[in-house]
Design a protein around this ligand. Structure first.
Ligand code: SPV
Ligand code: MN
Length: 621
């Protein structure tokens, strides 16, 4: 095989590849070269020189455009390529196998189709072979990955977002497990965006342990180390008794310099980034966590080392930490926002006036511009993003890269719910939490999503898009995970979006800081709770104290009463929705129905006892 590479690669690149001896790794690279037939090949060893080469090439090839500041660029995706393509993202399943609740296609047919698209696809492009490590290097949590792509934007993004793993590959004769990713942006138009969108595919081959992505540039479809590897990791986790979750990880500061780590799973538009970025606390990661049980404790790591975050609405007042990072001189890629004539940038919700002219994801732009369907094109796309390194943030946890993982004391699940769940509530036990907070996670559609507003959508653990095992099996994995722990991890539900009778939000953006400080105290046994039919809620006096301490705000008995009054009918309806959603699927653990039924009974009993559908917590103390 070495002879083959010697022929295909120039001497400099061959030298870098030569250090790898695992025949499976080399075999994969050879197959990719044969299939895609690139004009030239570049090997990214992660050296300073290689990183700079990729950054520069992204701009010289026009995949990114230089902004006013030196290490800052903008990338545009095709107007029709602005988000994850859920329809064309499929798990390949062999004949006779079934993956209920997951978008799938026949493996043989899928492979034939996508390999057909990839044939000779790089014949006028350079192939980039990158070696990365998902999670901290040299850690029992982590997974090495080989990413092959013809997009310098993708490679550049990955260098910002992921740890380099070249040494993971060169230091071992044989790797026990690694992930393979193959991407091509396909043919590009005059703006350097993927133009064959009808051939856009993201196919996940669990058997071959590889993800193919074609004719797309949007990072959620192409940055293989993000959501593409996640499907393979979930599959691998299902075989090894650990979890790969769509979760942020953060550290909340408590008494005497104590830091308590928590994860958080939130469907989109439910406050995930603002939670990870909470003022005064530590961020570890904002998107994906690997979690393992080690010596009877749950430990977790951030898979990434950067943030690919939504830029819409970021402003100096609400998001001071991101604002500062975006306005620094550090390396930054923004995508699908407006590049002004002076090479400055603007997006929806940024401080200041909307410029009169510039370039965005639709090409040359002026206010009022309409697309082919007559829809107004805003200054930036709602899913426009920024890509930065975590270490640009002032609130990065000093221990964020710990290779032994951080001890996770709480799992938090947060939905968007205007009238059912209270702002913060502890589950009675692990199973109750996994089912009623995680598996029952719902979000209401907002004006920012397509279709009708206020429709509740179930998204188990906010992981529905990425689950690559039958949903029943995934729930089983979650239920098993927290059993028999030496130091237990509690589960909480949060909801920032309760509304009053006039449709106004009860809580301000800042209030979540109190809910997390309360969770921090609770897992450290410093506060007591009141049992409600749906879980355990805080005492008024503790929240009053925390509102004063954290936000310098008064918190009245009336507010507490409104926020934490149990809404029996709304909760019963939720149980009904969740149950009927799962009943459409096979092989859902019996435990789910049992736990929902128990909750239903508690709600009915409480209603009977108190003769009302709304019961104040003061009645229960
Ligand atoms: C998400 O949509 O959950 C993201 C962005 O984190 S993407 O990379 O598109 O998945
Ligand atoms: Mn995500």
């Amino acid at each position: 095989m070495k002879e083959y590479f010697k022929q295909k690669l120039n001497e400099k690149e061959y030298k870098k590849l030569k250090k790898i001896s695992d025949s499976n790794v080399l075999g994969y690279i050879k197959e990719a070269i044969e299939l895609c037939n690139p004009k030239s090949i570049f090997v990214n060893s992660g050296s300073h020189q290689d990183i700079e080469y990729i950054r520069e090439k992204a701009t010289t090839l026009g995949e990114e455009l230089q902004l006013a500041k030196e290490k800052q660029t903008i990338h545009f995706d095709n107007y029709g390529d602005q988000a994850r393509d859920k329809k064309n993202t499929k798990i390949l399943v062999p004949k006779g196998k079934e993956l209920q609740g997951v978008n799938t296609t026949d493996r043989d047919e899928g492979l034939m189709e996508v390999l057909g698209f990839l044939k000779n696809i790089m014949n006028n492009k350079e192939m980039i072979i990158g070696f990365y490590c998902l999670g901290p290097v040299n850690s029992p949590f982590s997974i090495p990955a080989v990413q092959i792509t013809d997009s310098f934007y993708v490679a550049h993004s990955e260098n910002i977002l992921y740890r380099i793993g070249y040494e993971e590959f060169t230091s071992k004769e044989k790797l026990s497990y690694f992930i393979k990713l193959l991407h091509s942006a396909g043919a590009l138009d005059e703006r350097n965006t993927s133009k064959d969108l009808d051939k856009r595919r993201v196919y996940i081959d669990l058997e071959g342990n590889i993800v193919y992505s074609t004719n797309t540039q949007y990072a959620g479809n192409t940055v293989g180390l993000k959501k593409l590897s996640m499907r393979l990791a979930i599959y691998q986790a299902s075989k090894e008794d650990w979890l790969c979750e769509h979760m942020l990880v953060m550290g909340i500061k408590g008494k005497n310099d104590r830091v308590t780590y928590m994860t958080g799973a939130f469907p989109s538009l439910c406050g995930k980034t603002s939670t990870a970025m909470m003022e005064g606390e530590y961020i570890v990661g904002d998107d994906i966590a690997y979690l393992r049980k080690i010596n009877g404790e749950i430990k977790g790591v951030n898979v990434e080392k950067g943030i690919f975050g939504i830029i819409q609405g970021v402003n100096s007042k609400d998001d001071p930490l991101i604002w500062k990072a975006l306005n620094s001189d550090n390396e930054l890629i923004v995508s699908n926002i407006l590049m002004k004539d002076d090479k400055g940038i603007h997006w929806i919700g940024k401080d200041g006036e909307i410029p009169k002219h510039g370039f965005n994801h639709s090409g040359e732009w002026e206010p009022g511009k309409k697309d082919a369907t007559g829809k107004e094109i805003k200054v930036s796309h709602p899913n426009a993003r920024f890509t930065i390194k975590l270490d640009m943030l002032d609130n990065l946890d000093p221990d964020w890269d710990n290779k032994d993982g951080l001890r996770i004391s709480a799992f938090v699940y947060g939905g968007r719910d205007s009238d059912t769940s209270c702002p913060v509530e502890e589950a009675f036990d692990w199973g109750h939490g996994i089912i009623t907070k995680g598996a029952a996670l719902e979000s209401e559609t907002t004006a920012a999503t397509l279709g009708k507003e206020g429709v509740r959508v179930i998204n188990p653990m906010s992981n529905l898009d990425f689950v690559s095992v039958p949903l029943g099996k995934y729930l089983e994995m979650n239920l098993e995970f927290g059993k028999n722990l030496k130091s237990p991890t509690n589960i909480y539900g949060v909801n920032y979006f309760l509304k009053d009778e006039n449709g106004k939000f009860f809580n301000g953006r800042e209030d979540k800081r109190v809910w997390y400080k309360w969770i921090e105290k609770r897992v450290n046994n410093e506060v007591k709770t009141i049992d409600m039919p749906t879980g355990r809620i805080p005492l008024y006096k503790d929240l009053k104290e925390l509102f004063k301490e954290v936000l310098k705000k008064d918190f009245s008995k009336e507010e507490y009463d409104k926020l934490f009054t149990i809404r029996i009918q709304e909760n019963l309806k939720k149980i009904e929705r969740v149950r009927s959603w799962y009943q459409k699927l096979n092989n859902i653990p019996e435990k789910l129905y049992q736990i929902l039924e128990e909750q239903e009974k508690r709600l009915h009993d409480a209603q009977k006892k108190h003769g009302s559908s709304y019961i104040s917590p003061f009645k229960l103390t």
